[in-house]
Structures are given as structure tokens and as C-alpha cells.
Design a protein around this ligand. Structure first.
Ligand SMILES: *Cc1c(COP(=O)(O)O)cnc(C)c1O
Length: 225
């Protein structure tokens, strides 16, 4: 087995062990392979090992990869600049880091009429988030309700990117907050199902709090060069 196939297996086993430990339904978590700064060859290796969903942070870097591997499912997980809404809406199936109504409107306008709606997560800037990206928790409902009015977008849920921590209980805190915010949306009548949270270092804590998509780069591909 090559390195990437072995790494994919290890990550899948980590996910399964966490599902079991925290009494989550088996095989309900999507492993999103974060392939920023990784080559097409490595992505092919991960696909051959059974992965289907790939996450990219930079449009310019992602487009040739998507062109080379169009059968894979591509998720845009980086910050969405307004001048990149057209290529993002044209080439990706998901965006994870929506944080404004203006960007939502642009993505909706740019989504091709013959493509299915773009799946959208709203990025939330919880206390201790690693940067200022994302919106405040008290702004989530209004943006979510706005996205629901846009026909070419499909609101799926929430995403967060916390400050790295090595303490398991500390890792769980922001994920628990995000899960509560998703519940608030559901209780407000929105049909949302996705918590995009957890990376190589903290995916077990995210799974403990109900992650449905974990975004894993380093643990699959090794350090980014
Ligand atoms: C790079 C990145 C990841 C993956 O991080 P790893 O620590 O390599 O697993 C996940 N989510 C986002 C938004 C990223 O930018």
C-alpha cells in the first residue's frame, strides 16, 4: 500500500473509532480530503483509495485540478472573494465559508442554470476562532434565512475553524457551540443537516459534537509543501 492509501485507511479508522466511542451512527460522516497545495497525482492516489470529496482553498490553484479530475466532488473551503464568485459558482459543488449576503447573491447569480443548486455552509466566527473570518453567532439566522430565498443556493449548515488546541475538552467547546447554532436553525424551521468541523488535529472532538463533514488535509497527504 502506498503512503496515501495507508493514511486514508488510518483516518477512516480514526473516524470509525470516534463514531463508536461517542455513539454516533456509523458511516454518516463525510471525509473531505483537503488537497490545497497537493498535486493532481496525490489527489488521484486519494481517489484510488476510495475518497470522492476534495476541498480546495484557492481558486487559481483548484481550477486545473478540477479540470483534470472532473468526476470528483469539489468543495471550496477558502475565503470567498467577490471577484471569484463566478469561477467558484461554475466549478464547485459546495462552498463552506459563506459569510455575507452580498457574496451569497453573487454566487446565486453566477450559478449556471443547468447545474444543481450550490451547497452552502455559513462560516461562524466563534469565540477563539483562528482568525476573523466568518460571522458572529447572532447574525447566523438572518443570513441563513436570506440564503433560503436564493434559488440556486442550497443552505446545508454551518462551518467553523477554531484556534488549534491540544486539549480535547477545549477542542470540543467551539464544536459544541456550532452544533447548538445548527439546532437553533432547525428549531426556526430551516432544513439544514451539515456541521463542517474538525481537521487533522481535532476531528475526534468534532465528531464527539456531531460533525457531519470533517475536513482533513495533513493526516491524508502529509505536510503541505
Ligand atoms: C487547510 C484546511 C483544512 C485542513 O487542515 P489539516 O490540519 O491539514 O487537516 C481544513 N479546513 C480548512 C478551512 C483549511 O483551510
Amino acid at each position: 500500500m502506498n503512503d496515501i492509501a495507508a493514511n486514508v485507511k488510518i483516518v477512516q479508522q480514526r473516524i470509525q473509532a470516534a463514531e463508536k466511542k461517542f455513539s454516533k451512527l456509523a458511516e454518516t460522516i463525510t471525509l473531505l480530503a483537503v488537497s490545497k497545495k497537493q498535486s493532481v497525482e496525490k489527489i488521484k492516489g486519494a481517489a484510488a483509495a476510495g475518497l470522492h470529496a476534495f476541498g480546495e482553498n484557492y481558486v487559481q490553484e483548484a481550477l486545473p485540478k478540477i479540470e483534470a479530475l472532473p468526476h470528483l466532488e469539489w468543495h471550496f473551503i477558502g475565503a470567498i472573494q467577490s471577484n471569484k464568485c463566478v469561477p467558484i459558482a461554475e466549478h464547485f459543488s459546495w462552498v463552506h465559508a459563506l459569510s455575507s449576503a452580498t457574496i451569497a447573491q453573487r454566487l446565486n447569480k453566477a450559478r449556471p442554470i443547468d447545474s444543481p443548486p450550490l451547497n452552502v455552509c455559513i462560516q461562524v466566527n466563534l469565540e477563539g476562532s483562528s482568525n476573523k473570518a466568518g460571522i458572529a453567532p447572532n447574525e447566523v439566522l438572518a443570513l441563513a434565512q436570506f440564503v433560503m430565498t436564493l434559488p440556486k443556493l442550497r443552505l446545508r449548515g454551518l462551518m467553523t475553524l477554531p484556534e488549534p488546541s491540544t486539549d480535547f475538552e477545549a477542542q470540543r467547546q467551539p464544536f459544541r457551540q456550532l452544533a447548538r447554532l445548527l439546532l437553533d436553525l432547525q428549531q426556526a424551521g430551516l432544513s439544514v443537516d451539515t456541521l463542517s468541523m474538525g481537521m487533522s488535529q481535532d476531528c475526534e472532538a468534532a465528531i464527539a459534537e456531531g460533525a457531519t463533514i470533517v475536513r482533513i488535509g495533513t493526516a491524508i497527504f502529509g505536510e503541505r509543501v
